[in-house]
Design a protein. Structure first.
Length: 356
């Protein structure tokens, strides 16, 4: 068993890790998860109206335009887009696919339109970036809004709240700001139309002169985006006990805390009555042949399961245009007559008997 490394927060750490550890241990970073970043608001707002939820008849304005800095005069949409671009770069360094709902200050799509970006891309997470404003200049800090079980969001409110807490804690630790907690909201159009996990972070108050200046400070924006990124990595790069899947394939974790998983070193493994074999990187072989050290050939099917028959009754399998037979131990019959009376050649291919 090998040790699976944890997630990488920054490129520097990532590159160092590549140098220090064998290649097979970074394989699981290869699967790409999709994060949609939604930078709040746009210049001029959007005066159109839209339904607050698919199951309500309340309508709300598409974009009221957001707040602006009490000290700097900078509009909220400028801050959210800047942090969004920084977050996008960091997430891409961490091997996520990132999709933005908007890339220009001038764009002000409605909330349903923004939610559809997450839905259409089957995002693993949508993160909406906002800044707060209130008529009390003393109030500071970040809060995380998450969907109540309303509209399409009914099924994703639990996981969204879990992600929201992790990301908020990480943000607050990175930027060193006041933590105003996680708040469940049933009245946000962008939540109620979401079919995928979604959170909305209020990154601080533009109505507080100090926090306004910080929100417009490049190095502080770096801290914000780094905090958000490491929180997202924590949420989405979780390995669970047992089977896990990413875009590369399946692996089997035997110890979450220490990051142990099966590899080729473990040979055949029986899991729930089926036999599997793993490659050096820890992925279960899938849709492929495998030859053991004794020269026996096996086939692993599309579920990574060893194809096998029962005693005296081979299992026949059509693979790439030819038919093959496997015994009760999954070994390919070669150059013989199978117990059910068919001839196979030295490659195990069924020989069509033209006289029959
Ligand atoms: Zn806002």
């Amino acid at each position: 068993m090998k040790r699976l490394i944890a997630c990488f927060l920054f490129t520097a750490v990532f590159l160092t890790s590549i140098i220090l550890i064998p290649n097979n241990q970074i394989a699981f970073a290869a699967g790409k998860k999709v994060v949609v970043i939604d930078p709040g608001h746009g210049a001029g707002g959007n005066s159109g109206y839209e339904l607050q939820s698919p199951d309500s008849n309340i309508t709300k304005i598409k974009d009221g335009g957001g707040t602006q800095g009490v000290a700097t005069g900078v509009p909220e949409y400028a801050v959210t887009l800047k942090v969004a671009n920084k977050l996008k770069a960091l997430l891409e360094q961490n091997n996520f696919t990132v999709i933005m709902t908007k890339t220009q200050d001038s764009e002000a799509p409605g909330n349903i339109e923004r939610a559809e970006v997450g839905n259409n891309n089957n995002a693993d997470l949508v993160i909406r970036l906002h800044c707060d404003g209130i008529d009390n200049q003393n109030i500071t800090g970040a809060s995380m809004l998450v969907p109540a079980p309303v509209g399409y969001a009914s099924s994703i409110s639990g996981v969204s709240a879990e992600y929201g807490q992790t990301i908020l804690d990480s943000l607050v630790a990175s930027a060193g700001m006041n933590n105003k907690g996680v708040v469940q909201r049933s009245d946000l159009t962008g939540f109620n139309w979401s079919k995928v996990p979604v959170v909305l972070v209020e990154m601080g108050f533009m109505s507080n002169p100090q926090e306004d200046r910080l929100l417009n400070d490049d190095s502080y924006e770096n801290k914000l985006s780094q905090g958000l990124c490491s929180g997202i990595v924590k949420c989405l790069n979780k390995t669970k006990l047992g089977w896990n899947q990413n875009n590369v394939g399946w692996w089997y974790c035997t110890d979450v805390d220490n990051g142990y998983y099966y590899t080729a070193d473990n040979g055949w493994k029986a899991i729930n009555g089926q036999w599997y074999v793993f490659n050096a990187s820890g992925y279960a072989l899938e849709n492929t042949w495998y030859t053991d050290s004794n020269g026996h050939k096996y086939y692993l099917d599309s579920d990574c399961m060893r194809v096998n028959g029962v005693k005296d009754k081979p299992r026949w399998m059509h693979i790439n245009g030819s038919d093959y037979a496997f015994n009760e131990e999954g070994q390919l019959y070669v150059d013989c007559t199978t117990p059910d009376g068919y001839k196979v050649d030295k490659n195990g291919v069924y020989i069509i008997d033209k006289e029959k």
